[in-house]
Design a protein around this ligand. Structure first.
Ligand SMILES: *Cc1c(COP(=O)(O)O)cnc(C)c1O
Length: 392
């Protein structure tokens, strides 16, 4: 399939090599975003190329300051990925064998993977069906004598219900590590994702709202000692150089990624507003369709600023709808088809009787629609009309 006739990202009708025209709406298309910031990005990358300083350094330090400010935190430490942000935060807090971390089974694998890689045990509790996020009442009940931390995930760009979680943490002296990989700029009671817990973990994977040209991540915190520990851990635990007090690793962020991210960060609020407008467009379109008993449940919005890394609907015949949309050129995705307590590699740390019905139901009914900022009104209308057509 050749790329369409119009400029990158604008095509909706693509010319196929056999001369046929096909309608195609991708789940995510970053080409238009790049086209608009190309000059700025190239200039920033050139700056790094001229300096020939590729690892950490001034670009990373500047990005750390900017992300800390953006997220309402005192400190931010650039790391190699969102996964490593989670891992190094747990390491810095000394979480390991014998410790438990209460978290959600409805997330990307890295959330639980980081806990298990350190020899600690994830204690899953089910989600709130309204937000897809950890249910605080169930979290309170899961805290035991080995619990060291809570790890809520701000899934799809909406903050978990942090007030009750912070109350639990205060009562039991626990840390909160926010998995904010999907939630940069999301707000809860006026506070930004990543600023409420002991540490906030961000990912700059290209499909996140602030995406690098490769892998990258960041840990935010208001604790100066913790930030210092993470800085040492990300650089092989060395302080000073070649003197290794603690066992760290290579979790460094590189300067080219930081330079790109600094350019993109300036545009992030604009892109977030476009995502939110796209979400409102879908939600009103879908609501108009089925007053009363809805065949499609749009994502509920509980807290002030949902940043819509994903727009996830729920529907009974999810697989049928997905197949129908795919046949009509509309790409969708399932986040996530298998809950974490059912993952084969975690079986040894999970009770065989573990059951989280809300998460399991979500795995069977969720469908993410294209939501990227540059999506056009005709594209969204086309998607809404095809969803209608499927249920008619
Ligand atoms: C993307 C993501 C991660 C991992 O981030 P990477 O940068 O890909 O390592 C962790 N948790 C959640 C919820 C994510 O969406």
């Amino acid at each position: 399939m050749k790329v369409g006739r119009e400029q990158a990202g604008k095509e909706f009708v693509e010319d196929r090599s056999d001369g046929e025209h096909v309608t195609h709406v991708p789940l995510l298309d970053l080409r238009m975003q790049y086209a608009r910031i190309k000059d700025e990005v190239r200039e920033a990358m050139d700056r790094v190329l001229e300096s020939q300083r590729f690892i950490l350094g001034p670009e990373v330090e500047a990005l750390e300051k900017e992300v800390a400010e953006y997220s309402g935190c005192r400190w931010a430490v650039g790391v190699s990925s969102g996964t490593d942000a989670l891992l190094v935060s747990l390491m810095a807090l000394g979480i390991g064998p014998g410790d438990e971390v209460v978290t959600t089974p409805f997330s990307f694998f890295a959330t639980a993977g980081a806990i298990v890689r350190l020899g600690a045990r994830p204690v899953f509790v089910d989600i709130d069906p309204g937000t897809f996020n950890i249910n605080p009442e169930l979290a309170a009940a899961a805290v035991g004598s080995r619990t060291k931390a809570l790890m809520p995930v701000h899934l799809f760009g909406q903050c978990a219900d942090m007030d009750p979680l912070m109350e639990i943490a205060r009562r039991h002296g626990l840390h909160i590590i926010e998995d904010a990989a999907q939630a940069i700029g999301a707000e809860y009671s006026g506070k930004r994702a990543g600023s409420m817990g002991t540490a906030g973990c961000f990912s700059f994977f290209p499909s996140k709202n602030l995406g690098a040209f490769g892998d990258g991540g960041m840990v935010t915190t208001n604790d100066a000692d913790l930030a210092e520990k993470i800085k040492i851990l990300r650089n092989q635990g060395a302080e000073p150089k070649y003197y290794h007090k603690v066992l760290g690793g290579n979790f460094r962020l590189d300067a080219l990624q930081a330079a790109v991210l600094r350019v993109k960060l300036k545009h992030l609020d604009g892109w977030t507003e476009m995502r939110r407008a796209n979400a409102a467009f879908y939600t009103s379109g879908l609501r108009d369709l089925w007053p009363g008993e809805p065949k499609v449940v749009p994502p509920p919005i509980r807290h002030e600023r949902h940043i819509f890394n994903q727009y996830v609907i729920r529907t009974g015949d999810r697989d049928g709808l997905r197949d129908f949309l795919s046949r009509n050129g509309i790409d969708t995705e399932i986040y996530y088809p298998q809950a974490l307590h059912k993952q084969q590699c975690l079986a040894h740390v999970i009770s065989p009787h573990a059951s989280f019905p809300v998460s399991e139901e979500a795995s069977g009914s969720v469908l993410a629609l294209p939501i990227y900022p540059e999506l056009t009104d005709p594209q969204k209308s086309y998607i809404i009309s095809k969803i209608k057509e499927f249920f008619d």
